[in-house]
Design a protein around this ligand. Structure first.
Ligand code: PLP
Length: 358
């Protein structure tokens, strides 16, 4: 298999793919595939419960928080969050640090006044908290913990006092331990760190559920989803099964502490390769908020970009194309991406420089 640096849908743990393949035709003696199984069956109920138990264990989620298994991708939450959390308030605070938080804020403008807490002129940094303009009457404060495109990640959790903090963790969920009780709501789509496209998990404080606007589409209403244990309509059953397998795998690997350690080592391997190139390659991101999951980098000599991609491809290093708005290269190295692949990329970068530096 190739080393796939795609930002998502992204590389999966090989053992999970093999297990899913083994169980594809006959899931645990049922004689059918999970794909063919009723979401009301006791087997599927057990899969959902297994996912729930493991996720609670991995993240230390207390009973005061609900876990919802939803569809519609992360984009659905751009609308569901204001619809559910505004209550009788008219304003929400948005910390804008990249195009995903910017898009979420634009959607929220349909429903409320959006106060931009901070927004850097270029999406390569997180402005100092002293410059933030939080409003005292906001219903919630929204942030994107890891901006996938620009590779900007919060080094710590902002303190918003009594106002619930809401985080899009689509591209760094489960990559390190964090204190869920610092948040009112956290959500993530599955196709980066815990499986396949089609599932979005929302972890939300139970007291924030039940205040949806009257015109909220029923499937976006957190209360309806909570009361029906995410089974009001047919959920994305196979995606939930794959997420359950990934949570099992994560527990086996030593939980979030183990991934935190590994992800630090993996990202350091690539950032060191960039720094050690003495400017041949460079990172566009402020050192204090560089992502451990998505590493954009550029070559000083832009004429070498095409060649870099071609030569990398020949070594089975694929998916390194940067996002069109940033350009050049981006290495996305979620939990399932092996350290070995990061080392191979670092060696390739060094060899490429030696061969092509003028
Ligand atoms: N938020 C972040 C941080 C993302 O990286 C992405 C997708 O790349 C999204 C939101 C949008 O996700 P979806 O395509 O599931 O709506």
């Amino acid at each position: 298999r190739k080393f796939n640096f795609s930002p998502g849908p992204a590389i999966m743990p090989e053992s999970v793919l093999k297990k899913a393949a083994d169980e594809m035709l006959n899931y645990q003696g049922t004689g059918i595939s999970v794909m063919e199984m009723s979401h009301r069956s006791k087997e599927f109920e057990a899969i959902l419960k297994g996912a729930d138990d493991n996720l609670r264990k991995l993240l230390n989620i207390p009973d005061t928080y609900a876990i919802l298994y939803l569809q519609g991708g992360a984009h659905y939450q751009f609308s569901a969050i204001p619809l559910n959390l505004l209550g009788d308030k008219k304003k929400a605070d948005y910390i804008i640090t990249g195009s995903w938080s910017e898009r979420a804020a634009k959607e929220a403008e349909k429903y409320c006044e959006v106060n931009v807490v901070t927004k850097p002129t270029k999406f390569n940094t997180i402005p100092d908290k002293k410059e933030w303009k939080l409003s005292p009457d906001a219903a919630y404060v929204y942030m994107c913990d890891n901006e996938t495109i620009f590779g900007v990640e919060f080094p710590d959790i902002p303190d918003t006092g009594d106002i619930p903090l809401v985080a899009d963790m689509s591209s760094n969920f489960l990559s390190r331990p964090f204190d869920i009780t610092k948040f009112g709501l956290v959500y993530a789509c599955a196709q980066k760190n815990f499986g396949m496209a089609g599932l979005t998990i929302v972890v939300v404080r139970k007291d924030l559920i039940g205040n949806a606007r009257k015109d909220t589409p029923m499937l976006m209403d957190y209360k309806l989803q909570f009361d029906s244990r995410s089974l009001y309509n047919t959920p994305s059953t196979y995606c939930i099964y794959i997420a359950a397998l990934i949570f099992d795998w994560m527990v086996e690997q030593g939980g979030l502490e183990a991934f935190d350690k590994l992800n630090k080592e993996k990202s350091k391997t690539i950032y060191d390769a960039i720094e050690n190139s003495n400017g041949f390659f460079y990172s566009p991101v402020d050192a204090k908020c560089r992502s451990r999951m998505n590493i954009p980098f550029l070559a000083k000599d832009t004429s070498l970009e095409k060649l870099f991609m071609e030569e990398a491809g020949k070594l089975d290093l694929i998916g390194l194309q940067g996002h069109r708005s940033v350009g050049a290269f981006r290495a996305s190295i979620y939990n399932a991406f092996p350290l070995e692949g990061c080392k191979k990329l670092a060696t390739f970068m060094k060899d490429f420089q030696e061969k092509h530096e003028k």
